[in-house]
Write a protein that binds this ligand. Structure first.
Ligand code: K7E
Ligand code: CUA
Length: 644
């Protein structure tokens, strides 16, 4: 409260901080603003911590999954200013993604599954490429839970460069996570299904339905997943959930948790006319007290793959559970039931698992787990003959944090972690070495994932945390029954209580995970290089080439005209239209739309795009630049004349 500020001097000083001015501001007016807008001193501090004056840049990029939009969203932190929607699995017209541009159509076609083009994705977990366990700012990866695929995004251009469908999974979730030098991108199944594309009765669930962990080999130099060097490990039909790669002491191992190790298959529908006759999935899937944390030896799996100890399924190499077990490369450890989240601490030794239905968070000690593995001390075997390690002997300990613990992130300070509490609508700060709850902060409302600055690397930054909330209820102006979600920025500076700084509505889909990376690690380009495009049109070499019904247009554009401007073709002609933006000036993007043909492109400085379509409609079709690129932008147009 203002009256707590004892002297005018303090008020002036405070005002200076808030407004970031070097000169003395009018204290009276600041007081008036606070009064008029009902702002507290805390509010003013939060404003000062996030306000980023015009022209000033943010300290971090946040890359958030875009949920059902199939996109990824980038925004700046601490300002929470939106920067870009990166089109990945869904067409996006502004970026000219999926509207006739050959390159983007090619990408969307890479993502075909069983021959079908899929034009959306349910993105959950972004991962940044790492070198020695640190973000290197080069590539971003994202998964599609609904149609099991992973995508590669180049952070030089903030655009998607590859989509790889999973040949054996029917749904996935524990993806994307990378190994410490991005040798592999992990992808784990969610809902078990047969690896084949054939019908298999649910009566054969235990025998024929399977989970898996796929290891996509990534080539950092080429910026590409090398499909033929990638493989999967067969897993039991438990619903594998989230995954994480070991680091430092646990490097070479990979972890994924699971739910429904009961292998319960529902429910109402199958011969049951009343749902009361059988438990629905959710109840049947949580009847046991524990599920299984899976522990996979990646180094051994890689060797087995290279030695050809695999089975080919749908053209993809799969290592069976049997082979993995025979080679001491697959283990299970009980974990509190229906967990969600397995996160490895910066040292690689401690693994945090939260059971949604348990108030405790369990901290496993990798060194203890390895002792059990090395001494072959097993508590038993699961129905697939996989050795089970003792939970008690693997645990470092458990801490009671609150209701519905989900995901964990780490702090710069040793031993400090943050865990989201879905049911409590809070985030707990706790000490996972000494197993103590330290502090809680309320969020609004129902947090899923949370992210701290570089919080899943070997050296987290602390400073900022973002709570990725599922509900926003009363935080924003109402927009009908479908509310935006709410990203809340929280100050986690050491030695002070956590402070809520900012609410950002997230209006595109339900984001799950997000990552925060230091802005200076990224080096995005300002214009495309000529040599990247084989169909580049040199100025003065524009032309239209007709061979039968094949029409190839080599055109260029620069403020404020297309060359050529008039194109005459016959109905049925097949058009290949190469367009080069000759601009060198920063941010001088031109658009390209052929009216009524559902064609739209974004020609960024130096870029060449190719559009392919059949001129199957007779008539007159203006084409024009859709970006307001200059004073004569409206004049930047031409005609496509299609003769009968
Ligand atoms: Cu918790 Cu898909 Cu990681 Cu949603 S997931 S929140
Ligand atoms: Cu180019 Cu408008």
């Amino acid at each position: 409260m203002l009256n707590k500020l004892k002297s005018t001097f303090q008020l002036v000083l405070f005002s200076m901080i808030v407004l970031g001015l070097c000169t003395t501001v009018n204290a009276q007016s600041l007081e008036e603003i606070m009064k008029a807008r009902g702002l507290t001193q805390q509010d003013m501090l939060a404003a000062a911590k996030t306000y980023t004056p015009t022209g000033k840049m943010d300290e971090y990029y946040c890359f958030s999954s875009g949920g059902q939009s199939g996109h990824v969203i980038a925004y700046g932190v601490p300002s929470m200013k939106l920067l870009k929607y990166i089109a990945v699995f869904s067409p996006e017209p502004w970026q000219g993604y999926g509207y006739g541009d050959v390159e983007s159509e090619e990408l969307l076609n890479q993502g075909r599954m069983r021959g079908r083009k899929i034009t959306w994705g349910d993105t959950h977990h972004p991962a940044l490429s790492e070198t020695a366990g640190e973000y290197d700012g080069k590539y971003l990866f994202i998964n599609d839970k609904a149609n099991p695929r992973v995508a590669v995004i180049d952070l030089k251009t903030f655009s998607t460069i590859q989509i790889v469908p999973n040949p054996i999974m029917k749904s996935e979730h524990g993806s994307t996570f990378v190994t410490p030098n991005t040798e592999y991108i992990l992808e784990a199944t969610q809902y078990p299904a047969p690896f084949s594309n054939k019908y298999v009765s649910l009566d054969e669930f235990n025998e024929k339905y399977r989970g898996a962990m796929s290891f996509w080999k990534f080539d950092m130099k080429k910026g590409k997943i090398i499909v033929k060097d990638s493989f999967s490990v067969e897993l039991p039909p438990y619903c594998q959930d989230l995954s994480d790669s070991g680091k430092k002491v646990s490097e070479g191992w990979v972890f994924t948790n699971s739910f429904n190790s009961e292998r319960y298959v529902g429910g109402f529908g199958k011969g049951n006319t009343k749902w009361q006759d059988r438990l629905p999935f959710e109840a049947g899937a949580s009847s046991k007290d524990t599920d299984y944390l899976h522990m996979i030896n990646l180094k051994t799996a890689e060797k087995l793959f290279k030695d050809g100890k695999t089975t080919e399924i749908n053209g993809h190499a799969v290592i069976t559970m049997k082979t993995m077990v025979e080679n001491n490369a697959l283990f299970l450890i009980p974990e509190p039931k229906s967990p969600h989240g397995v996160m490895i601490d910066p040292s690689g030794q401690y693994i945090t698992v939260s059971g949604k239905l348990d108030t405790h968070v369990s901290v496993y000690d990798f060194k203890k787990m390895m002792k059990l593995v090395e001494s072959k001390k097993y508590e038993g075997k699961d129905p697939y003959n996989i050795p089970i390690l003792s939970m008690k002997e693997s645990l470092h300990g458990q801490v009671e944090l609150g209701l519905g613990p989900l995901h964990t992130q780490y702090d710069k300070e040793k031993g400090i972690a943050y865990t989201s509490l879905f049911v409590d609508s809070a985030i707990a700060k706790w000490d996972y070495l000494n197993l103590k709850l330290l502090e809680k902060i309320s969020i609004h409302y129902n947090v899923g994932h949370l992210v701290t600055a570089e919080g899943d690397t070997v050296s987290p930054d602390g400073k900022y945390m973002i709570s990725l909330n599922k509900l926003s209820i009363d935080r924003f102006l109402p927009v009908g029954p479908l509310h935006p979600q709410n990203h809340q920025l929280i100050d986690i500076s050491p030695g002070k209580p956590m402070q809520m700084l900012y609410d950002m509505p997230f209006p595109l889909g339900e984001p799950h995970y997000a990552l925060l990376i230091k802005a200076d690690k990224l080096k995005p380009i300002k214009r495309y290089k000529k040599k990247w495009f084989k169909n580049r049109v040199k100025p003065g070499r524009e032309k239209v080439v007709k061979e039968g019904n094949q029409v190839t247009i080599h055109s260029s554009l620069i403020r404020s005209h297309y060359s050529p401007e008039i194109i005459e073709v016959n109905v049925g002609d097949e058009i290949t239209w190469h367009i080069t933006n000759l601009e060198r000036a920063q941010d001088e993007t031109h658009g390209f739309s052929v009216d009524l043909y559902n064609i739209h492109g974004s020609l960024e400085p130096g870029e060449t795009c190719t559009f392919k379509f059949t001129a199957d409609m007779e008539g007159v079709f203006p084409f024009y630049c859709t970006e307001f690129c200059s004073a004569l932008h409206l004049e930047m147009m031409g005609y496509l004349l299609v003769k009968p």
